[in-house]
Write a protein that binds this ligand. Structure first.
Ligand code: HEM
Length: 130
């Protein structure tokens, strides 16, 4: 295995700075989305910070989220919010747009989104016709 085979997605993306830029591009889109906006607090700063910690870890970077907040248990942390398939699609759509905005190459973007898709649909906890 060569050195490059061991690179993490976090490194391939451009590390901490890129993750930060993605989450900062992402939440304004979430706040504009009619299906997502009502779920989020208007003070979005703390959510941006947590998502930065989490996605750094999720993509293979340092375990910043667990160090600060303990076991991620992400599905459980999303249980208070009614997450439908439509909301999962909307979340992924905002994330895709954020990655385009930040200049992530298409093939890497597809790969990253595919990873996130598994989690997003796993967090669905409410039927479409709630
Ligand atoms: C499927 C659609 C999703 C919806 C509708 C959604 C919605 C939310 C909401 C409403 C919060 C709480 C915000 C607050 O008041 O603090 C939250 C927190 C969070 N979400 Fe999501 N989310 C989704 C998917 C995801 C995915 C795919 C990830 C990452 C893989 C993720 C990671 C997080 C993180 C890290 C937090 C902060 C958790 C904490 O409080 O420590 N979410 N999400």
């Amino acid at each position: 295995m060569s050195e490059s085979d061991r690179s993490t997605l976090f490194e391939l993306m451009g590390g901490a700075e890129t993750v930060r830029r993605i989450v900062e591009a992402f939440y304004p889109k979430v706040q504009q989305h009619p299906l997502l906006a009502p779920l989020f607090p208007s003070d979005i700063g703390p959510v941006i910070d947590k998502q930065y910690l989490f996605l750094s870890q999720f993509f293979g970077g340092p375990s910043l989220y667990s160090d600060a907040h303990g076991h991620p248990m992400m599905r459980a942390r999303h249980m208070p919010f009614p997450i439908t398939v439509e909301r999962a699609d909307a979340w992924l759509g905002c994330m895709s747009e954020a990655m385009v905005e930040v200049g992530i190459p298409n093939d890497l973007r597809d790969f990253l989104l595919d990873r996130l898709k598994g989690s997003a649909y796993h967090f669905v906890n409410t039927p479409a016709d709630e």
